[in-house]
Design a protein around this ligand. Structure first.
Ligand SMILES: [Zn+2]
Length: 69
């Protein structure tokens, strides 16, 4: 797998991932990802992307019970 922006080599690694939304900031310390060894571009596997989306969905539902809109 090569980087889509610079065609450099992608390395399997872990990266921090942060989400800033209205009402909260979520910081995930280690998400598996491919990182370009040349330009540092990050790519998430479909599995991880989906897992993060699911996490956010259920998180936001529960968050509604705790904080005012
Ligand atoms: Zn690159």
């Amino acid at each position: 797998m090569n980087c889509l922006s610079c065609n450099g080599k992608m390395k399997k690694s872990t990266v921090p991932y942060s989400i800033n939304r209205r009402g909260y900031h979520l910081f995930l310390e280690k998400i598996p990802a491919y990182v370009c060894s040349r330009c540092g571009q990050k790519y998430f596997d479909e599995n991880e992307s989906k897992a993060i989306q699911n996490l956010l969905k259920s998180f936001e539902k529960k968050l509604d019970l705790v904080i005012a809109a």
